[in-house]
Design a protein around this ligand. Sequence first.
Ligand code: THU
Length: 132
Amino acid sequence: MDDATRQQLILAAQEARARAYATYSDFTVGAALLTAEGRFVRGCNVENRSLGLTQCAERVAVGNAVVEGYRDFQALAIASRTGVTPCGACRQVLAEFCADLPILLVQEEPVPETREVSLRLLLPDRFGTDGP
Ligand code: THU
């Protein structure tokens, strides 16, 4: 991923975050997947008054990508106030489509900063039916 694409991916996650529906937690999250074809597919968290029905930004992005015909991904950016890592459930959902994936964690506070991790680092020894 070149520098310009990285910046576009970060911007896409930040734009998605601006659309988050986080009325209960007030913690907005935006995600953007870069597909193998070079497209950006976004997701944001969508909360619900029945709190357990809340959807995370990352899983919304994966669903949006799949329905648009994209299943191969080059990278993911996640934008939030504090630069959180994806939750365990989202890690497993991402692992359905890629053994590894660079993940940019975009934070706003205390200073705007982006940290890079990987899916393999966040979810070692993932569940799979092909055995250990
Ligand atoms: N959230 C995400 O969107 N992605 C994550 O990986 C962690 C949590 C959302 C869910 C909820 O709307 C809010 O952040 C606070 O937990």
